[in-house]
Ligand binder design. Structure first.
Ligand SMILES: O=C(O)CCC(=O)C(=O)O
Length: 264
């Protein structure tokens, strides 16, 4: 799976400008060494313009989703389309969307865990369903959004359903970038899966977003790591490694689920 991550500087509150930036990124990425999948960051239409989010949010994905579908089809590329402010029934969700190379929406997910540190719960509505496995080119994968990374209980079930790749779309602040990196390496090792993350860069309303997008293999080795500038991060990997690692260190067959308590 050849991946290209857009470590994007989102223009706050300007969905059209951000769409142009993304069109250009996908065009350039696909014209050179064509990837199988491109990955965008969290809230790429608006950034965290939460006080005006009702004004800038897309109505039920009516603009964003067809935009991504057209791009995917035109360039014959799978798109893990980051997330966007999505107004449904008067409420704004932080919604991730995944489109395959035929332009079919294969998955949509509303961010479950809203971030108190960024006042998300004051302006956004939390999703009511945990992430599920989807397929891109026959590869099983899952997607989570930013703060979700702190909740391993979302990710383990994806691994138990044979996900080989975890995509993380984020707008994670520089202030806690060591958590960002350490948690992703831990999730890759404990779930024996690839982790591919897209974080944004730039500063809005006093918060600097820390880049450091990552591609990590199931041994926890970092295959590619972004800096703090806008740019593209690429790597190619073979998902078969997931199986090899699961055979060599068989944590999934060593599990003793009947002893594990549910604390829900
Ligand atoms: O968990 C964190 O430290 C940052 C989370 C975040 O920025 C987000 O979910 O948008």
């Amino acid at each position: 799976m050849k991946t290209a991550i857009y470590q994007m500087q989102v223009v706050p509150g300007k969905p059209e400008e951000n769409m142009l930036k993304i069109s250009e990124f996908v065009r350039l990425a696909c014209e050179s060494d064509k990837p199988d999948v491109v990955v965008l960051p969290e809230m790429w239409t608006t950034s965290y313009t939460l006080k005006e989010i009702h004004l800038h949010a897309d109505e039920d994905g009516k603009q964003v989703v067809p935009f991504l579908q057209t791009l995917a089809k035109s360039y014959d590329v799978n798109i893990v389309g980051g997330s966007f402010a999505n107004k449904v029934g008067g409420k704004v969700y932080n919604t991730a969307v995944v489109v395959d190379r035929k332009g079919t929406v294969v998955y949509k997910y509303d961010k479950v865990h809203l971030v108190p540190m960024l006042q998300e719960p004051d302006f956004l509505e939390g999703g009511q369903a945990v992430p599920e496995v989807f397929e891109l080119d026959g590869v099983k994968a899952g997607v989570i959004i930013c703060y979700d990374l702190r909740f391993p209980e979302l990710i383990r079930p994806l691994a138990l359903e044979d996900a080989e790749v975890l995509f993380i779309v984020a707008e994670w602040p520089e202030a806690r970038i060591n958590h960002w990196k350490t948690l992703q390496i831990a999730r890759a090792i404990e779930n024996q899966m690839f982790v591919v993350s897209a974080n944004s860069v730039g500063t809005y309303d006093g918060v600097t977003y820390g880049g450091t997008s990552l591609i990590i293999d199931p041994w926890g080795e970092v295959l590619a790591e972004g800096g703090m500038d806008e740019g593209v991060l690429e790597a190619e990997f073979d998902v078969k490694l997931t199986m090899e690692v699961r055979e060599k260190v068989p944590v999934f067959t060593s599990r003793v689920p009947h002893l594990y308590k549910s604390h829900s």
